[in-house]
Design a protein around this ligand. Sequence first.
Ligand SMILES: NC(=O)c1ccc[n+]([C@@H]2O[C@H](COP(=O)([O-])OP(=O)(O)OC[C@H]3O[C@@H](n4cnc5c(N)ncnc54)[C@H](OP(=O)(O)O)[C@@H]3O)[C@@H](O)[C@H]2O)c1
Length: 384
Amino acid sequence: MRQVCLLGASGSIGKQTIDVIKKNPSSFSLVAFSVGKRTRQINYLIKYFPSITHICVQEKKAYNKYKKQHPNITFYYGDDGLIELIKNSHNDMVVNALVGFVGLKPTIVSLKLNKIVCLANKEALVVGGELVNKLLDEGHGKLYPIDSEHVALAKCLAVDDQDVDKLIITASGGAFRRLSRDELTHVKASDALKHPTWKMGAKITIDCATMVNKSFEVIEAHYLFRYPENKIDILLHDESMIHSLVLYNNGVYRLDHGKPDMRIPIKYALFEGLTDFKTVVVKDYHVYKDYHFRPFDIKRYPIVKWAKFIIENKGTYGAVFNASNEVAVHAFLKDEIPFLMIEEIINHFMKNHQNIKNPSLEQLIQVDKEIRKETRDYIERSKR
Ligand SMILES: NC(=O)c1ccc[n+]([C@@H]2O[C@H](COP(=O)([O-])OP(=O)(O)OC[C@H]3O[C@@H](n4cnc5c(N)ncnc54)[C@H](OP(=O)(O)O)[C@@H]3O)[C@@H](O)[C@H]2O)c1
């Protein structure tokens, strides 16, 4: 029985993780969770899971309110509260379903404490992949990704990781996949939030439309499976039914096929890969005649060039890519900037950054802080 601490319980992955835990009560016990500003389900979760002893909220006001209502539960708040939650709740597994940079430190702390980490928060690997892998190499923590593409690759590689030519990550292309670059000039946040195949949180949905998400996933695959950038490809696949593929040297593919439902990769991660699964071997993925495949086009999605650059240069470039994107996406969601300015902002900060090699967590936090401020200034200047 795993004692689970769930970070980001109010989000899309968080709620689906709760579904998986509810369906498997003899394998998982929810002992702690965090929410951000959406506090509505706290009372419900406490009632449903009497095993809960520790909770973290984002804001002090909510902390004061719920602490009074539930004197038998230990409450925390803020970024430091997330760390206290991990340290003090008696858990052996941390599911990190936070969105954004805020997920980095909890991942590092969990691994330092030798926890099993199920990681949906891909930003942690994009920014701190080097630190994460160092902790995995030196310590006894474990890391299982919660991303449909990476779980697909993990399944394929668990069956056969010999003579691998390429890891191929599939991409639906996001909400604007039918539009040319010229047509992207006037798209709005409300249009971008209509993802064709997945229902997800707002930030990742925009990241899918810009393809920043696919850039993140290439970097994530590099750190998770330790393949060089030239061994990781992207394939456009409209239906999101094939979650990723491994191409072997003899030209054969192994792939993971199934409906787009995040509960499947969440379950795989929570069971540490020890669940029933099937992979399929094909000579040519076009045997799936009803599905559409197109080669990845870097001219249509130029932002993905930064994935290769970040893998090659490492250091603080991942932090710059992530921080400028996070701030730009939030501005786009508030209709403050046009869609294509997200790309413009990322390009500007990536081109002007002085890389710091082998950064510490503190240096990553500092770079994140600086780039956030500079990005906000850039956006304000653009409004004048
Ligand atoms: N959704 C998917 O299908 C999917 C698939 C693959 C990977 N992922 C990755 O999984 C992660 C979560 O995605 P999501 O779609 O579940 O996002 P989401 O729906 O926006 O949920 C994010 C969670 O993080 C919490 N949070 C955000 N900022 C916080 C802060 N400063 N302090 C404390 N808590 C904070 C939110 O709290 P409140 O909402 O209560 O404020 C919420 O619980 C992302 O890294 C995403 O890229 C998602």
